[in-house]
Design a protein around this ligand. Sequence first.
Ligand SMILES: C[S@@+](CC[C@H](N)C(=O)[O-])C[C@H]1O[C@@H](n2cnc3c(N)ncnc32)[C@H](O)[C@@H]1O
Length: 281
Amino acid sequence: MPQTTQGALSPHQFDALAEFVKSRIGLHLRAEKRALVESRLIKRLSVLRLPDFDAYLDTLRNDPSGAEMNALSQALTTNVTAFFREAHHFERLREWIRSDVSPRLARGEEVRLWSAGCSIGAEPYSIAMVMIEELPSEYVSRVKILATDIDKSVLARARHGEYGARETENLAPDILSRHFTVTATGHVANDPVRNLVQFRGLNLIEAWPMKKLFAAIFCRNVVIYFDAPTQAALWKRFLDQLEPEGHLMIGHSERLDQNALRSVRSVGVTCYQKKKEGATQ
Ligand SMILES: C[S@@+](CC[C@H](N)C(=O)[O-])C[C@H]1O[C@@H](n2cnc3c(N)ncnc32)[C@H](O)[C@@H]1O
């Protein structure tokens, strides 16, 4: 057995932790991140009063409630987000609502969108605000926005829908006044915005319960932490979950693999449209 110092994450323990993390949440921990991982997780050892990382690994492996898994995922990933982040995606969304979504809703169809890895809700609420701005109110009830994340604490914040001054600073004043109400500590999203979005816990690397296809999927700045095979598997699953001609928006530093690229056409920066079956262009 390799010797370990209390509180230190040995290479052997790091490998065991990295394997566990990859299999449970998809996150790829590179060996050169060992010191960073140790510094992020050492706090968990003191909170849980554990003597060393072997005991921490045991705790993770016997965690029926998933509470420590949630804490681990929070410690190792970032929830950084912003309203209308990567603004070009929302410009594309506006164009597509006018050309495609609005006529579909007019015919009585439902349109489903998915914000996968939604963090505290800024992304799905930005989508909801664009829908409300662009569509007649009688159509909006046929728009369904699903927003999912692995982290229960960000989902609780997202459902609450309240944001501090720093979090709303990049919202145009007219958007803020139309869609939010002032509170003692910031702004809370108004009911029409909140009611458009359903929040659910979902680990992207596990099975997905959704049966219906989506007209658009936003999965931005999430898979960046996964290794290439995990990313490629996820792109395929997202494309399978999209309607023909559906949109896939990914983060600015993410790239589709060659297989996924064959099934889509580029319609903007990190913005893709799924080809119809058999289409070559
Ligand atoms: C950096 S935030 C991105 C938020 C938003 N999509 C955006 O671009 O502003 C990444 C989010 O992905 C979530 N996440 C990380 N791994 C995940 C997984 N395996 N399944 C689901 N969500 C995950 C994190 O909890 C975090 O809230």
